[in-house]
Write a protein that binds this ligand. Structure first.
Ligand code: GDP
Length: 435
């Protein structure tokens, strides 16, 4: 009987093995591996100073990241440049490790002239892409540290009417590089109706200026209704109206992060008071992986494609230049460029003109002194084969000798007349030859 049961067991296991190959455990394998490796996430905060960026970060992650912070005074802010400050914390929750990096941008929008003050932010994002691109193309690809910025919380002032020109310019400059999540800061300074109007206005302006902010992925059709509703609420809340607080308040027996005012209490995590919970859930619980995916698959891919395009263009240009050199070397064995032949021809023409004018001078000297120049200088035909500089010496010699031979006053007058006509001509010719 016992033997029979044993056989049944063996047959049963064999049947089960046929149907169960084992790849269903893949998610578990991936899970185990990624948990072991840990996760990384990088958030950037941008916006004018004093909007509550550091307070919100501390509230989001229940830490105090800005203990040693030094706020510059008005004088220091006049010419302040934008700094990039990096804070990294490791958080562990239920055995899952997260290396969280916060990139702060103190000084943004603080100076008198804020032209291109978003440039350091843009450069920082590009540098992280560049580093990742280098690491990815390097030899050791196993331990690449991902420092790419996955999300940028852009803080908009609750005061004023919608976006400021600086907000528009900055968001437009960053839109192709990072997932922008706009937030209305210090929402407790606005009434419920004001918050609603502000959100509408900002959404309208974002559309009007063609700013690409982070787009939440579409819900799958097979998702349950509750999930779909939550997703819609999230999409309708953009820009998130947030409140931050570094202090714990105790009221009616329970403790919470809040702000105490003479007229009442503001609870940071109360959905009726702010969108803080929505933002935190979105960043931490529901969309962290999607933010990372969009960064990798869209923003980084754009950067990478641009890089490869530039590199290919450079290589093609280099090759073209090299083949041109090789071709020209084959075509012209002598190192003579086409332009040189033309220059040579012009020089030859000028030489001819100068030679002609010297011959005229020699003839006029002959006539004035009634002595053939050829008697004491080289024959004229020989002179014409000389270079202009040699011709000049020849004429000078001829003139100095003939000067002493001129005796009659008539001859002197003729010589003077001839010289006043031809010397300017010679000078003009020499000048033209020189230029
Ligand atoms: P940052 O310069 O943008 O980092 O701004 P801080 O976090 O240093 O905040 C500047 C001031 O605003 C501080 O006095 C904060 O207490 C205050 N603050 C921060 N968050 C809020 C908020 O949500 N509402 C209100 N009313 N004040 C806030």
């Amino acid at each position: 009987m016992q033997l029979h049961t044993c056989f049944v067991g063996v047959f049963f296991l064999q049947d089960q093995d046929k149907e169960y190959v084992g790849f269903a455990t893949l998610p578990n394998q991936v899970h185990r591996k990624t948990v072991k490796k840990g996760f990384t996430f990088t958030i950037m905060v941008a916006g004018v100073s004093g909007l509550g960026k550091s307070t919100l970060i501390n509230t989001l992650f229940l830490t105090d990241l800005y203990k040693d912070r030094k706020v510059p005074n008005a004088q220091e802010q006049i010419n302040q440049t934008v700094n990039i400050v990096k804070h990294t914390i490791s958080i562990e929750e239920k055995g899952i490790k997260l290396r969280l990096t916060i990139i702060d941008t103190p000084g943004f929008g603080d100076a008198v002239d804020n032209t291109e003050s978003w440039k350091p932010i843009e450069d920082y994002i590009d540098q992280q892409f560049e580093q990742y691109f280098r690491d990815e193309s390097g030899l050791n690809r196993r331990n690449i540290q991902d420092n790419r910025v996955h999300c940028c919380l852009y803080f908009i002032s609750p005061f004023g009417h919608g976006l400021r020109p600086l907000d528009v310019a900055c968001m437009k400059a960053l839109q192709e590089k990072v997932n922008i999540v706009p937030v209305v800061a210090k929402a407790d300074s606005l009434t419920q109706a004001e918050v609603y109007r502000k959100k509408m206005k900002i959404r309208e302006e974002i559309k009007q200026y063609g700013i690409n902010i982070y787009q939440f992925p579409e819900c799958d059709s097979d998702e349950d209704e509750d999930f779909k509703n939550q997703d819609q609420i999230l999409k309708d809340s953009i820009p998130f109206a947030v409140i931050g607080s570094n202090v714990q308040v105790e009221s009616e027996g329970h403790k919470f992060r809040g702000r105490v005012y003479p007229w009442g209490l503001v609870e940071v995590e109360n959905p009726a008071h702010s969108d803080f919970l929505l933002l935190r859930n979105m960043l931490m619980r529901t969309h962290m992986q999607d933010l990372k995916d969009v960064t990798g698959e869209t923003h980084y891919e754009n950067y990478r494609a641009q890089c490869i395009q530039n590199m290919t263009r450079m290589v093609v240009q280099k090759r073209k230049r090299r083949s041109l050199i090789e071709q020209s070397e084959a075509d012209f064995p002598l190192p003579l460029a086409a332009g040189d032949t033309e220059t040579e021809r012009l020089i030859f023409e000028k030489d001819e003109e100068v030679r002609f004018s010297y011959r005229l001078i020699l003839l006029s000297l002959d006539a004035a002194t009634q002595t053939p120049a050829s008697a004491y200088v080289q024959p004229r035909d020989a002179c014409t084969s000389l270079k202009p500089s040699q011709m000049r010496c020849c004429v000078q010699e001829h003139f100095s000798r003939s000067h002493w031979l001129i005796t009659s006053s008539e001859a002197r007058v003729t010589l003077l007349l001839q010289l006043t006509t031809f010397i300017p001509l010679v000078l003009l010719m020499s000048f033209r030859t020189a230029h």
